[in-house]
Design a protein around this ligand. Sequence first.
Ligand code: ATP
Ligand code: MG
Length: 369
Amino acid sequence: MAKYRGSPGTRRSIQGRRVLEDESRLTSVLENMIDGVIMIDRDANLVLVNRAAEQIAGFSVSGLLGQHVFALQPLHVLHPLIERCMTGNERIRDEIALYLPEERIVEVNLIPIVLANGVGGGILMILHDVTSIRRLERIRSEFVANVSHELKTPIASVKGFAETLLAGAMDDPETAKTFLQIIYEESERLNRLIGDLLELSKIESRLVPLRLAPVDLHELIGKTMEAMGNQAANKHIALSMAVDRDLYIEADEDRLRQILINLLSNGISYTPEGGRVCVKAFPVGDGPEEEKVQIVVSDTGIGIPKEDLTRIFERFYKVDKARSRSSGGTGLGLSIVKHLVDLHGGTIHVDSVVGVETSFTIELPILQK
Ligand SMILES: Nc1ncnc2c1ncn2[C@@H]1O[C@H](COP(=O)(O)OP(=O)(O)OP(=O)(O)O)[C@@H](O)[C@H]1O
Ligand SMILES: [Mg+2]
């Protein structure tokens, strides 16, 4: 105690200040932690909850301190773990799902607190939100499963027809020609799929930066539609455009063309013979700061059911496998479009009435920031 000089009163006030300082330091650590911290005493009453815990578990603690933890609805999934931790006096690590109402995956660590006299003093619970990690893992494994599935079909077809040819079908020139044609088409399909996958991964990893320059939308849309003319004519689909002259935006022209080709090719593929596909572009926005351009690609086709509208931008998502198999689609086109629009700082949305029409509306800033 010789450490302290001065009167006992001064010593007490220094000690008191230190206690206060320690406490405020501890409070600030707890409040700024990313992980949730909940502490309960040996009667399972709440004694401490930090802000992160409230956010992760989706409840507000005001007025709840001192209450029994089992009274807290969002945490009822923790009951069995708490009981096990109390009775077994052991550390427990587990993963729980909370529905708030969207699903949240939380890693929980329960640590029994043992007091100096060896008696249980309650439980410290650490909550760590792993929702985004688990979501990414799921997307990755779904992606691998989808790619394998998409590759398997054309490969099985190529293999099957080659085997049949080798087993004797090649002696009949007519049959041989038909089978070779199928092999050729299926390998084209594989080629397209691999090309799209490489493209998507390039765009996603942002390895290729946008080459921004002023783009004349009237010219770009006109030329792209011309290039799609044959595809449309084969299905007797009328293409039309309504785009102001002198409508310029700052964009990567090749990427913008890729967006248009994908949307136009969908419009043509998913519209029965005799239908129409139209592209419009016009400026929108009020102040000069918010100047944007809308590009609308619409068709009079088979449409997209309401329940599929939110999913069609996902990789490999097809409304009806049969309908896009006949168009040779892989389900990657719209996810590429979405990424390209994002890269330009724009938005895309879709409206559709089944059997009547579909329209994709893209909004792009006129100037890139
Ligand atoms: N204009 C449209 N009208 C109706 N359905 C559409 C339209 N555009 C897209 N779809 C639906 O959305 C799905 C996803 O489109 P997406 O372009 O991503 O893939 P895809 O056309 O099947 O294949 P690809 O990768 O060759 O473009 C399509 O399979 C189709 O079912
Ligand atoms: Mg497509």
